[in-house]
Design a binder for this molecule. Structure first.
Ligand code: ADP
Ligand code: MG
Length: 538
């Protein structure tokens, strides 16, 4: 398996007073040199890992030694194996027990499931080893049964783990090893109290590993309070994004995004596609539109029940659907190798989200493509992204109407040929030749009418989209915000609303669209013209 990690440059953070730092180096290291249990080593070879990633090369020996560890590395750097492999290695040496020895806390159900799955694969050669995921939003029954039967490894979301502790169904008195995975995300999701409660309520002599992409002060505090002289290991990527992901941007105005996307889908070669939009409503909306244009697409967002989300992700993995339309939250941590194209349909709010988004492709050493849709006004975000990822994002141009039409013509001809070779055509032959005789219309005319019918009223060919002006007037400040009137004509068929802020409050059209779109669950396309007056806005 090709390795994804050659471009990663390990660096070490300035040591904090009580944390020793470990210098990490380019891993010429092999898994076999790290002191991993032979059965776990065999499982790593089964899953096809060639060599440890930098974070793995640094944390595995420290954790095998029994030290607490704080590991900081971006998404996709292999943190799961970095804590799971040494944990399993240590447990493999202990006398068999049914007690829960390893507990991993993860922020979401999806991540808990992913980690549990990874654990199971690394534990494949260990006998009588059970890994149990526990998470909120699903029935207690099966989890209770699983816990009663005994699971050496429990992977769960903090809230549900606390529930089980309080119910008495999860006994952590024999816990040896506690992992906080994606610690920053857990805190961001409001799990700080739960996490601290679990940390303080478990045996003092347990080993603790904390993994995170960033190190906010709250995590530093938790690490000082609950970890024992941790080895602090930081692996900074030279480029935060995989070098095997090609990044491009396309200048396109909001109303043309859908056409732009469908054209790209027609001309680009892709496996699975992940498309990011900003709101939950927009995920459904875009997925619907793509389906009505003949694509196999589905939406995932935070409102869709977890089980259905998982089924959808599974469908993408299995190739039953090709396009997933998602919000940032719903796609966090998503690991589907088949995704070869990430489309930022709506530009992300910050560079961090961008990096997370495009990190969903180019997984496990594969190459990936990332395309960013952007209006000229959003160009400043592009600069920020290039700065943050230290990689240029190339401009791409929309596949021309000619190119798309040529492809469509070819496909249409193919369909005719295919249909002609099927037996079912025979039943219409007489009907057509009768029509030809009776109406005295040439066969080509009849065929054209049938083709029109077959298209169901949709035009076969696309038209050239209007060009985006390179330097769109974005600065209205010279003569006051919005003094040139509505940004678009007030739209027919829409209702007009009056908002009690205007030029005096220095509002801008963008912030109004943003507010309505975020709070009201609309897409910007559903919002018509905005006319900012002195003390109100229409
Ligand atoms: P993180 O938790 O840092 O985001 P993961 O643990 O989810 O990263 O790993 C990301 C991907 O890399 C997974 O598909 C995983 O199977 C793969 N991976 C992990 N370690 C290695 C390795 N040493 N060699 C090849 N692939 C690896
Ligand atoms: Mg992870």
């Amino acid at each position: 398996m090709p390795s994804n990690y050659d471009d990663v440059e390990p660096t070490t953070e300035a040591p904090s007073p009580e944390a020793t730092s470990t210098e990490t180096e380019e891993p010429e290291v092999r898994f076999a040199d790290l002191g991993i249990d032979a059965r776990v080593l065999a499982a790593l070879s089964d899953v096809g890992y060639e060599k440890p990633s930098p974070i793995q090369a640094a944390t595995i020996p420290a954790l095998l030694e029994g030290r607490d560890v704080v590991g900081l590395a971006q998404t996709g750097t292999g943190k799961t194996a970095a804590f799971a492999v040494p944990a399993l290695s240590r447990m493999a040496d202990l006398p068999p027990s049914k007690a829960t020895q390893i507990l991993v806390l993860a922020p979401t159900r999806e991540l808990a499931l992913q980690v549990a799955e990874a654990f199971s694969s690394y534990a494949a050669h260990l006998e009588n080893f059970t890994v149990l995921p526990v998470y909120g939003g699903s029935a207690y029954g099966p989890q209770l049964n699983g816990l009663r039967r005994g699971a050496q490894v429990v992977v769960g979301t903090p809230g549900r783990v606390i529930d089980h502790i309080n119910k008495g169904s999860l006994d952590l008195s024999e816990l040896q090893y506690l992992v906080l995975d994606e610690a920053d995300e857990m805190l961001r999701m409001g799990f700080a109290e739960d996490v601290e409660q679990i940390l303080s309520g478990t045996p003092d002599d347990k080993q603790v590993a904390l993994f995170s992409a960033t190190m906010p002060s709250q995590i530093r505090r938790i690490s000082k309070k609950y970890l024992n002289d941790p080895a602090e290991i930081t692996v900074k990527s030279k480029t935060t994004t995989g070098a095997n992901t090609r990044q491009r941007y396309l200048q396109v105005m909001g109303p043309h995004k859908l056409d732009a996307l469908t054209r790209i889908l027609e001309v680009e070669e892709y496996g699975g596609v992940l498309t990011f939009v900003r709101t939950k409503v927009a995920t459904e909306d875009l997925a619907d539109k793509l389906r009505s244009r003949g694509h196999r697409a589905a939406a995932i967002n935070g409102d869709i029940p977890q089980q259905q989300r998982e089924r959808t992700i599974e469908a993408l993995r299995d190739g039953k659907i090709d396009i997933l339309v998602a919000t940032d939250v719903a796609a966090r941590g998503l690991d589907v190798e088949r995704i070869s194209l990430v489309v930022n349909y709506d530009i992300p709010h910050d560079t961090e989200s961008y990096v997370h988004r495009i990190g969903r492709t180019g997984r496990a050493g594969r190459t990936g493509d990332a395309i960013l849709f952007m209006t000229p006004r959003e160009k400043y975000l592009l600069r920020a992204i290039e700065k943050a990822t230290r990689q240029p994002v190339e401009q791409m141009h929309l596949p021309s109407a000619d190119k798309v039409n040529e492809l469509r013509q070819g496909k249409f001809a193919e369909r005719i040929t295919e249909t002609l070779s099927s037996e079912d055509v025979a039943q219409f032959r007489d009907l057509i030749s009768n029509y030809e005789d009776e109406h005295d219309v040439p066969a080509a005319e009849i065929a054209a009418a049938l083709a029109f019918m077959a298209q169901g009223g949709e035009p076969l060919f696309v038209k050239e989209l209007p060009k985006v002006p390179e330097h769109q007037k974005k600065d209205r400040s010279k003569d006051g915000f919005g003094s040139r009137g509505p940004t678009r004509t007030l739209t027919e068929g829409n209702a007009t609303y009056r908002i009690a802020v205007g030029r005096r409050q220095r509002v801008m059209p963008g912030s109004i669209v943003g507010a309505i779109a975020n709070e009201g669950g609309l897409t910007s396309g559903q919002i018509g013209g905005i006319d900012i007056r002195s003390d109100h806005t229409l």
